[in-house]
Ligand binder design. Structure first.
Ligand SMILES: Cc1ncc(COP(=O)(O)O)c(C=O)c1O
Length: 454
């Protein structure tokens, strides 16, 4: 079957994907999850070719990584050139220039007009771990405040900071001490002092709880850092308001608390600006980045105030592979692309189309309870009933399955598993976007059938 860019030669998953899934079950533990049962042969731009010769449109970007597209030419060329020179030395043994150049670029690109330094690691979780270490070393305080619905990774501190228990934390305790959680303004599901969806009221009530937590239950004398995602990612694409961001900033400055912005999912153009913080007017003390930074290569960074970044002794932070030469080469190519600026224009164009489409769908499809996000980081929440707002995670699964069976890869998110999030490469072509939307919209028909038997 040929459908424009989507080309389906077999049923999905095809025979070779099924074979590989059987081998996967035999040799790989249950833990690592799969959004789709499709095994990949190649990928380019916003398209993925599976091992059975089918071509699918990608609205997931490997969880928000391939912002510049799969196999971006500049990234591939940079990695190939670097591989021919040297692949690994360990920055801790014999340093190399590309590490320093990338740190310099990140110091320039991130918000904040003050001296900055950057440390490179491998994964998002590792960046979060190091940001917490630096904040504690600098402030000589211990408590860390995080938020409801947050996701910061799967290592012990990152997992402790993460909100959702299943599958991330349940059964893995004991978790880390000195971690406290405040409510994140989530107007659609706020049931605080008074039921309201008004952003300003929810911000005010959440901030009052946050303040009470830090002032009375921790005290600023013991509070080292506050870590927050400017747009909640795994938590369901919930943007923080400018007002809440400003209050957090002022409070942390007043009480000498390090403010860490986790831009691992929201960074590198995902929201239509280089960083979500740029849109919110938020200048954090430390910022964690990963995903989009490497254009497909594993790399992460902590960037921030030089005096905080210098707080550990020599050897206090580091690692064998952190800031690998291959990943630095890829990340520098990504930074060049963002410097040229067209990709941000493209991101805003794609974001506008996504928003327009989702808002139109909300008027047509009763299952969509809430549409939200920032830029192209948009999602919608599926509910069984708009009045009760009962989450409908089965619907999110059903849409995902229909989509991949028909040539589109999407992902879900949210504490209740009922959010469909859209994370297409920012370079996606208009016709690919349109075709992806056609498939996604067709998937709503499967809900109508389920609803009848409800
Ligand atoms: C906001 C945020 N922080 C941290 C992480 C963890 O990153 P990684 O999976 O690379 O460890 C993620 C991953 O989804 C994320 O979205």
């Amino acid at each position: 079957m040929v459908l424009g860019t989507v080309l389906l030669k077999t049923e999905i998953p095809g025979p070779r994907s099924r074979e590989l899934m059987a081998a996967r079950q035999a040799h790989v533990p249950r833990g690592p999850f799969h959004v789709t049962p499709i095994f990949v042969k190649s990928a380019k731009g916003a398209l993925i070719e599976d091992v059975d010769g089918n071509w699918l449109i990608d609205f997931a970007s490997g969880i928000g990584v391939n912002n510049v597209g799969h196999c971006d030419e500049a990234v591939v060329a940079a990695v190939q050139a670097q591989a021919a020179e040297f692949m690994h030395l360990a920055f801790n043994v014999t340093p190399y220039e590309s590490y320093i150049e990338l740190c310099k670029r990140l110091n320039e690109m991130t918000p904040g007009d003050f001296p900055k330094k950057t440390f490179l690691a491998n994964s998002g979780a590792e960046a979060v771990e190091n940001a917490v270490k630096l904040a504690r070393a600098y402030t000589k305080k211990q408590a860390i405040v995080c938020f409801d619905h947050a996701f910061h990774g799967r290592t012990y501190m990152a997992m402790t900071l993460t909100s959702k228990a299943k599958p991330y934390k349940a059964g893995f305790g004991p978790l880390n001490p000195e971690v406290h959680r405040a409510p994140f303004p989530y107007p659609y599901r706020w049931s605080g002092n008074a039921y309201t969806e008004d952003q300003d009221t929810v911000d005010e009530q959440c901030f009052a709880e946050f303040k009470d937590l830090v002032l009375n239950r921790i005290t600023p004398y013991d509070c080292a850092a506050v870590i927050v995602e400017p747009v909640l990612g795994e938590g369901g694409f919930i943007p923080m308001s400018k007002g809440f961001a400003a209050k957090l900033r002022a409070f942390c400055t007043e009480h000498k608390i390090v403010l860490i912005a986790d831009e691992i999912q929201s960074g590198f153009g995902r929201t239509g600006a280089l960083f979500a913080c740029d849109q919110l007017g938020l200048v954090p003390d430390l910022m964690t980045t990963a995903k989009g930074l490497g254009g497909g290569m594993p790399i992460s960074a902590v960037t921030g105030r030089a005096e905080i970044m210098d707080a550990t002794g020599e050897g206090g932070i580091g690692g064998t592979f952190g800031g690998s030469p291959l990943s630095c080469a890829a990340a520098l190519a990504v930074c060049d692309t963002f410097k040229k600026g067209e990709i941000l224009e493209r991101a805003r164009h794609v974001g506008a189309q996504v928003q327009e489409t989702l808002i139109a769908w909300q008027k047509k499809h009763a299952a969509i309870g809430n549409v939200r996000g920032l830029g192209t980081m948009m999602g919608f929440e599926l509910v069984k009933d708009r009045k009760t707002k009962e989450p409908w995670p089965e619907a999110a699964k059903q849409l995902t399955k229909f989509c991949y069976e028909n040539g589109l890869i999407i992902m879900t998110a949210g504490t209740y598993g009922n959010v469909v999030r859209l994370l297409m490469p920012l370079v996606i072509k208009d016709e690919e976007l349109k075709q992806g939307f056609d498939i996604l919209e067709r998937s709503f028909a499967t809900l109508r059938m389920t609803r009848q038997s409800f």
